[in-house]
Ligand binder design. Structure first.
Ligand SMILES: [Zn+2]
Ligand SMILES: [Zn+2]
Length: 253
């Protein structure tokens, strides 16, 4: 599978990147299946530099903070009012209540809210959902609103995306045996950090170390944070291959 960073700015869109969104592609039925992991603020614009949004087959939303979900509004308008006619419904795997929450955020008064372009499916802790070539296992993580990490597997490769999470003992078990770990590192070790919210680079690195994962992709760094400090934090606990991702990066996994 191939993953392309559409947006990786932590907590809000930054000057160099939209907020969280990742395009994951894999072969399927003679073509390519395209899954978006999160659709954070500003990401719909950057997405169009990489792929025509017509070609998006499914969306997975980790949680309902705006830096992970608000650009569903762009996808909604694009699919409902496309000049070639309304586009086919696509699945959106999201926390329960997402259809109501996102319809309200958009301001739609239609009785069926956002359900014309989207078929909302719910993350359930421990449950696997199949979308195209991807088996997607959902894991409830540690964040102030219901938030799900996902383990995405094809016949050839596997990837875990942390969503937003604080430290959690069971995360390393969830990541173990996969090929790459796309993990948030919003905090730095030198600050006083609130609990149950986000990870530092050192905490992300410790999960990657304990899981023995070959590639750590570090993301969700806010624009007010010194990336070099995050890199040092990561390297304080993880000696394997790690990359602080940037908008436009892509990785074959
Ligand atoms: Zn976030
Ligand atoms: Zn969040």
């Amino acid at each position: 599978m191939k993953i392309t960073v559409i947006g990786c700015a932590g907590s809000f869109a930054g000057p160099d990147s939209p907020a969280s969104s990742y395009l994951v592609e894999a072969p399927f039925e003679g073509g390519t299946f395209r899954l978006l992991l999160d659709v954070g603020s500003g990401s719909f614009g950057a997405l169009q530099r990489h792929v025509d949004p017509v070609l998006i087959d499914a969306i997975s939303i980790s949680h309902l903070h705006p830096d992970h979900c608000f650009d569903i509004s762009g996808h909604y308008v694009f699919r409902k009012y496309h000049p070639s006619g309304q586009l086919p419904q696509i699945p959106v795997l999201a926390p329960e209540g997402a259809d109501w929450h996102l319809s309200n955020a958009y301001g739609t008064t239609a009785p069926n809210g956002m359900t014309l372009p989207f078929n909302f499916l719910h993350h359930i802790d421990g449950q696997t959902t199949t979308l195209g070539p991807f088996a997607i296992e959902s894991k409830l993580v540690s964040h102030p609103v219901p938030t799900f990490a996902v383990k995405i597997s094809t016949a050839d490769a596997s990837l875990v995306y942390s969503g937003d999470t604080g430290p959690m003992d069971s995360l390393a078990d969830f990541v173990r045996g996969t090929d790459a770990f796309l993990c948030e590192a919003s905090f730095v070790e030198s600050a006083e950090n609130p609990p149950h919210l986000h990870l530092t680079g050192a905490e992300a690195g410790a999960i990657a170390r304990d899981a023995d994962v070959p590639l750590l992709l570090v993301t969700h760094i806010p624009s007010w944070t010194d990336r070099a400090e995050v890199q040092r934090d990561v390297e304080s606990t993880f000696s394997g291959e790690s990359v602080l991702v940037s908008q436009g990066d892509s990785f074959d996994i």
